[in-house]
Ligand binder design. Structure first.
Ligand code: NI
Length: 170
């Protein structure tokens, strides 16, 4: 198991546009495996490659009895390479988000309720998938990481931003 250290907000790599991934790269399996170990170790529900210092368009998502998100429904492990959102619903919803790159903080972010995304899987297949709710929120959050965007940049009300152990509403 390889747990990588997580880059925190302020690190220039997190503000950069990540590079498209060559699916034939020999490093790909190792990178993804390190991402999975790191996400699980830190109890993330998603992780983007720039968070472990890789400027690559890879995200992973998984929810399985997560202590940081105890109310979230289970989502099986997804590895998405060069993912792209091809449709955002006009209907939006505001909800709390956290991020391993901003430890102990939570903020309320407005995002589309439903999205459709396209991505490559590890075996090179193209998938198109429509998701909603928390699942759609995680995908939007993680793809933002690939474009150098952290969730505070998406917030329209900074009064709904603070530490997990201090926010009364969270
Ligand atoms: Ni994040």
């Amino acid at each position: 198991m390889t747990v990588m250290s997580i880059k925190k907000m302020g690190d220039p790599l997190l503000a950069r546009q990540a590079k498209r991934v060559d699916l034939h790269s020999e490093q790909l399996i190792a990178d993804v495996s390190n991402m999975i170990d790191t996400m699980r170790y830190y109890q993330g529900v998603g992780l983007a490659a720039p968070q472990i210092g890789l400027s690559k368009r890879i995200i992973i998502v998984e929810v399985d009895h997560n202590i940081r998100y105890p109310r979230a429904s289970r989502i099986e492990l997804n590895v998405l390479i060069n993912p792209q959102i091809i449709n955002f619903s006009a209907q939006k919803q505001s909800d709390w988000e956290g991020c391993l790159s901003l430890p102990e903080l939570r903020g309320k972010v407005t995002r589309s309720c439903h999205i459709t995304y396209r991505a490559k899987t590890l075996d090179g297949a193209t998938i198109v998938n429509s998701v909603n709710g928390f699942y759609a929120r995680i995908i939007q959050h993680e793809i933002d990481h690939l474009d150098g965007v952290l969730y505070p940049q998406r917030m329209d009300d900074c009064s709904a931003f603070g530490y997990e152990d201090s926010l009364p509403a969270y």
